[in-house]
Design a protein around this ligand. Structure first.
Ligand code: C2O
Ligand code: CU
Ligand code: CU
Length: 512
């Protein structure tokens, strides 16, 4: 039997939909959450930049014919430079946020969706109350206030929803945006900037015959592999074509897909110059014939389009690999090179200095914490045999504030499974909240090399990362420094269907 008891959330939703006339004023204020309940101010004084991000249902013309029903973040600058927010033209994606390190940022997140949500700042080092943990989700009609100081290096970060069990569908419907940090060191390098600094957010989707997004994760395939689409969108546009001058560009490649792993290359075989990763610029540029980009990962690539003849239509393609759905080659976007004067282009040999973080400094350098990734009973993805629980933190998920540690993610792959269980052997892009880490080493189990081999030459393990691909049968060790903030954070697989199904856990940073 159904009980008609309204909890606070339903009550607020009720208010948001006009029920306000039936309640008296004192009751209303008693039920509205106080600002201080939801946020603790991490900086003193006034914020430098204040923005409002409203998540709401909307429509977007993506194809000819019917517009597509989407969900979007709409932004508004309340205080600070007006170019703090820049919209991508014709896109369902949220505005690109640009700030400098040291900025005291306040964000009002207004949830006008028909369900609960919360915003996570992917890659940023922020206090736990600003990290967007699902326990902080607010209901329809509610607002969450973030206050934090931007502490990260110049780089390409992003934001997306993180409500319990609903991250996949919410991102799929369009909720995501870029978060760029620019600093003086980066400016001194004279890298391509302004119109020559291009975001390339890659997403795959399935649309039905009426151009509507079709999110169906109940199927066995999407539970195993995650949601794979057959339409590639770049910055929210299908068949993306970018018109470029004959000069140097910075392409901020970002995999905003729910599940697809890309193997990206220029169609004529020209190598890629990688200058940055999840956590900002590399010490020096690297060259790769192709790059592997797992969900949530970013890679900054420098390219001199002056090296091609005017009129060339250069394609970035996805090369075939053993990644799920990666069987054939398909285009990502076309760069159409204009007939302009060739501009001088030079890539600095040294980009930035990195803070030294050596695995010898780790408190557990010889005995890393091991997190085993496997398919558990009831066809559920697990981490050390566990699934997500809103509050649970196991003993091996507690770390001390100030410590440097090595963690090992071990993807069980097909070990211990019978024949024909190949679907249970999946790559997992593992993400740790609240920090950037270094990759220490990778090891692949004998007999599991095939999928690994098809992607490994595109790995960029140098630099700082917040998400790392762990192939079936692979052990990847990462090095982390748990500094500045104690509290509750998350680590999880960034295949959003795996995450929503419970392949996520809390970790807690404890003050010694
Ligand atoms: Cu980008 Cu917990 O996520
Ligand atoms: Cu994150
Ligand atoms: Cu996974």
């Amino acid at each position: 039997m159904r009980k008609y008891v309204m909890d606070r959330r339903q009550f607020l939703r009720y208010l948001a939909y006009g029920g306000i006339f039936t309640v008296s004023q004192p009751l209303l204020s008693a039920c509205r959450p106080l600002l201080s309940e939801q946020t603790a101010t991490e900086f003193h004084g006034d914020p430098d930049v204040e923005i409002r991000l409203t998540a709401k249902p909307d429509v977007q013309q993506i194809f000819t014919g019917s517009p597509t029903e989407i969900w979007r973040y709409q932004g508004e600058v309340l205080k600070g430079p007006s170019d703090t927010l820049i919209s991508l033209p014709g896109s369902y994606l949220g505005p690109t946020i640009s700030v400098k390190p040291g900025t005291q940022l306040r964000v009002y997140f207004a949830n006008e969706l028909p369900e609960q949500s919360i915003v996570h700042w992917h890659g940023l080092h922020v206090p736990d109350h600003a990290d967007g943990h699902p326990r902080l989700a607010v209901g329809s009609g509610e607002t969450y206030v973030y206050n934090y100081r931007v502490m990260d290096r110049a780089g390409t970060y992003w934001y997306h929803p993180h409500p319990h069990g609903r991250t996949g569908p919410q991102v799929y419907l369009g909720l995501a945006g870029l978060f760029l940090i620019h600093d003086d060191e980066e400016a001194s390098l004279d890298l391509p900037a302004g119109e020559k600094d291009l975001p390339i957010v890659i997403q795959d989707r399935i649309f039905d015959r009426t151009n509507q997004l079709d999110y169906n994760r109940s199927g066995m395939m999407s539970q195993m592999l995650g949601m794979l689409g057959d339409e590639i969108l770049v910055n929210g546009l299908p068949d993306a074509k970018i018109t470029v001058d004959r000069g140097a560009y910075r392409l901020r490649l970002m995999n905003g897909s729910n599940a697809r792993i890309y193997k990206l290359a220029w169609d004529d075989g020209t190598p890629l110059h990688v200058i940055g990763t999840d956590g900002g610029l590399l010490e020096r540029p690297l060259v790769r014939d192709y790059v592997t980009l797992a969900p949530a990962q970013r890679l900054d690539v420098w390219v001199d389009f002056g090296a091609w003849e005017p009129g060339t239509n250069l394609q970035m393609v996805n090369l075939p690999s053993a990644a799920p759905g990666g069987g054939s080659e398909f285009p990502i976007f076309t760069a159409s090179i204009q007939d302009t004067v060739r501009q001088a282009a030079s890539l600095p040999e040294r980009l930035t200095r990195h803070e030294v973080l050596d695995s010898a400094q780790a408190v557990n350098a010889n005995a890393p914490r091991v997190f085993t990734l496997e398919m558990g009973r009831g066809m559920r993805w697990t981490i050390n045999g566990r699934q997500f629980d809103m509050k649970d933190v196991a003993r091996d998920e507690r770390v001390q504030l100030g410590d440097i540690e090595v963690w090992e993610f071990f993807n069980q792959g097909s070990a211990g499974m019978g024949m024909g269980m190949g679907m249970m052997s999946q790559p997992h892009p593992m993400h740790v909240h609240g920090l950037q880490f270094k990759v220490v080493e990778r090891r692949i189990d004998a007999g599991e090399e095939r999928a690994y081999q098809s992607l490994k030459d595109g790995f960029v393990d140098e630099g700082w990362h917040d998400t790392i691909l762990v192939m079936p049968g692979e052990r990847v060790r990462i090095l982390m420094h748990f500094k500045d903030f104690s509290g509750l954070y998350l680590y999880h697989c960034h295949i959003l269907e795996h995450e929503d199904m419970g392949m996520m856990r809390n970790y807690q940073v404890i003050t010694p």
